[in-house]
Design a protein around this ligand. Structure first.
Ligand SMILES: NC(=O)c1ccc[n+]([C@@H]2O[C@H](COP(=O)([O-])OP(=O)(O)OC[C@H]3O[C@@H](n4cnc5c(N)ncnc54)[C@H](OP(=O)(O)O)[C@@H]3O)[C@@H](O)[C@H]2O)c1
Length: 323
């Protein structure tokens, strides 16, 4: 089969599109014929050796995918050949989804929503499970609360906007540029601030009549934490999802003045909290038309290097590879 692997760590140029042996499912494994694989920042972190991973190169990248079950190993119950599924959580401790076939655990297989494509289903896994875990489980966003989604044009942010709207919150969001602003509004945000041309803190204050927001969903902590602390209500929560710079500075005075709750959330813990259950609910909401996967670009698997370059630049929603 064709797969995109790394033989060493480095830039996009270390991604190699090559032939490898098609795996066979062992006990408690499911072989999926991959029809689409999403590109996530964690794949880049694995490629550059900036994410702790027990598997050394050569290895196949990719956390997320969607496809058709080809075969199941001994002992597998509840998943059968022919089932259409999507999944997340490959590529760190296991081989990844950037391939024509991938092995998953039965518990990772979530039934694909009937009303969306494989490309759209592949875009659901990590983005929606992280948004759900951060907003619903960690921040416990409640009906009637006001939330600010930072980085709303990205994969996780575009999921968070929709989930917050579906949960009955008032949704404020930031996006980069007029096109992204318009698209985030279409996802259900009540107010979208163009972070390139507006002062986000004063806009949030204006839109909330000086009150601030109850919850910030923050995907770029190192850039925005000081501003977030200036935009929350007393006792407000900031749920921290991503940070390009891992060593963040906390302005102690501002944080204590507003009794801030800083929360952190990892999709690894979403797995332990029952990622299949979370994604099963996401899939049901997609089928009811309450959520929709946001695919910005579809790229051939053979051009995974270009896909990683696109992820590093300005993009909207998810970038998806098709074998
Ligand atoms: N905790 C977890 O388990 C977990 C899970 C998934 C992802 N993550 C992390 O979460 C982050 C977002 O992931 P993603 O998949 O959504 O990435 P993504 O698709 O690349 O989106 C990132 C978004 O952030 C925007 N952005 C950049 N600088 C910003 C700033 N200073 N303020 C506000 N927005 C800004 C970008 O907008 P422009 O295009 O305009 O620059 C882009 O829309 C990444 O760091 C990722 O590693 C964490």
């Amino acid at each position: 089969m064709k797969a995109v692997r790394i033989h060493e760590y480095g830039g996009p140029e270390v991604l190699v599109y090559e032939d490898i042996e098609t795996p066979a499912p062992g006990p408690d494994q499911v072989l999926v014929h991959v029809r689409a694989a999403a590109v996530n920042p964690v794949d880049v972190a694995v490629r550059t050796d900036s994410f702790p991973t027990p598997r050394q190169p050569p290895k196949t990248l990719g956390s997320d995918g969607a496809g058709v079950v080809e075969a199941v190993g001994p002992g597998v119950r509840g998943v059968a050949p022919g089932d259409e599924v999507f999944f997340t959580g490959l590529g760190v401790g296991t081989e990844g989804s950037y391939a024509e076939y991938a092995l998953i655990a039965p518990a990772q297989a979530v039934r694909k929503p009937a009303n969306v494509s494989f490309e759209e289903s592949a875009a659901l896994g990590l983005a929606f499970s992280t948004a759900w875990y951060g907003l619903a489980r960690r921040a416990a966003l409640a009906v009637g609360e006001t939330t600010l989604i930072q980085g709303a044009g990205g994969g996780v942010g575009s999921a968070a906007v929709q989930l917050a709207h579906a949960k009955g919150a008032r949704v404020l969001a930031t996006a980069g540029g007029p096109d992204a602003v318009a698209r985030v509004r279409e996802l259900g945000a009540d107010e979208v601030i163009d972070r390139r041309s507006a002062d986000v803190v004063s806009e949030v204050k204006r839109l909330t009549e000086g009150r601030g927001v109850d919850v910030v969903f923050e995907t770029v902590v190192s850039a925005n934490l000081a501003a977030d602390l200036a935009m929350i209500v007393k006792g407000g929560r900031i749920v921290c999802i991503g940070s390009p710079d891992p060593s963040i500075q906390i302005p102690f005075g501002t944080a204590t003045a507003v009794d801030a709750s800083l929360l952190f959330a990892s999709s690894s813990n979403a797995k332990r909290a029952g990622v299949a259950e979370i994604l099963g609910e996401v899939a049901a909401m997609v089928e009811r038309g309450e959520l929709r996967p946001v695919v910005g670009r579809v790229v051939p698997l053979s051009q995974a290097r270009e896909a990683h370059e696109l992820l590093a630049g300005h993009h909207f929603g998810k970038i998806v590879l098709v074998p």
